[in-house]
Design a binder for this molecule. Structure first.
Ligand code: A5P
Length: 234
């Protein structure tokens, strides 16, 4: 990882970890920035912080276990106090594209079940319009893959099923991902409705109206926190 970007991610992740309070149930995000937040949380736990977490992926479950963060499930706690997660893009309204790591469905479940969703990013993730630099992932049940690809192609979304080598990737939920190369998205809410209307689509990486605050790591250890209701100026 680029050293400077790594430092920006770490600075944002460490700031976000200070938001955890004793007794909280935390949603644990997925990806390299969320992983740094887990490391920072574990350090605070060594100093006495008492929290439990619900992981958004098997990868995060493994990391949290290694770090000694106690894990619970949605069956134990159907609502959460705070989820800390990364993002691939953040627009000035704090809407997001997520899912480059393939964990978008569980991430969205935790985000929707949380009183607060705090997003941690380095400043390279800030965009004017969602879709301008990242593909939009769409999670689909395997049986429906060909017909969903057809629908997405007809809609001009330039779909590419995600593969490793010749093999389709499989999410923690047993589904496939289709990456849509949309370019800048003019109306994310309309696209959200359009994607949800396709039978076989389980969910997608647009996270709209869910973010409580975004914690942004800039250069030289400068961290900026943008709460919801105070739109970004990027
Ligand atoms: C995982 O599915 C994603 O939503 C990640 O949160 C997102 O891709 C950000 O990951 P990085 O922090 O590694 O960039």
């Amino acid at each position: 990882m680029n050293g400077d970007i790594d430092a920006r991610k770490r600075a944002a992740a460490e700031r976000a970890a200070t938001l955890a309070e004793d007794g909280m149930v935390l949603g644990l995000g997925t990806g390299s920035t969320a992983a740094l937040a887990l490391v920072a949380l574990a350090a605070r736990m060594r100093d006495g912080l008492r929290v439990v977490g619900i992981p958004s992926s098997r990868a995060t479950e493994m990391l949290a276990t290694q770090l000694g963060i106690p894990l619970v499930t949605l069956a134990d706690h159907p609502t959460l106090d705070l989820t800390i997660d990364g993002a691939d893009e953040v627009d000035p309204a704090l809407d997001l594209i997520k899912g480059a790591g393939g964990a978008l469905l569980r991430e969205k479940v935790l985000a929707a079940a949380s009183r607060r969703l705090v997003i941690v990013v380095d400043d390279s993730k800030l965009v004017r319009h969602l879709g301008q630099r990242s593909a939009l992932p769409v999670e689909v049940v395997p049986f429906a893959l060909p017909t969903v690809v057809h629908h997405l192609r007809e809609a001009g979304l330039r779909p590419v099923p995600r593969q490793i080598g010749e093999t389709l990737t499989v999410t923690d939920n047993g589904n496939h991902i289709i990456d849509c190369h949309t370019g800048p998205i003019a109306d994310a809410r309309a696209l959200d409705r359009q994607l949800r209307a396709i039978t076989g689509v389980v969910d997608h990486g647009l996270f709209l109206g869910l973010t409580s605050a975004v914690v942004i790591g800039h250069g030289q250890d400068r961290v900026v926190v943008h709460p919801r209701g105070e739109p970004g100026t990027w």
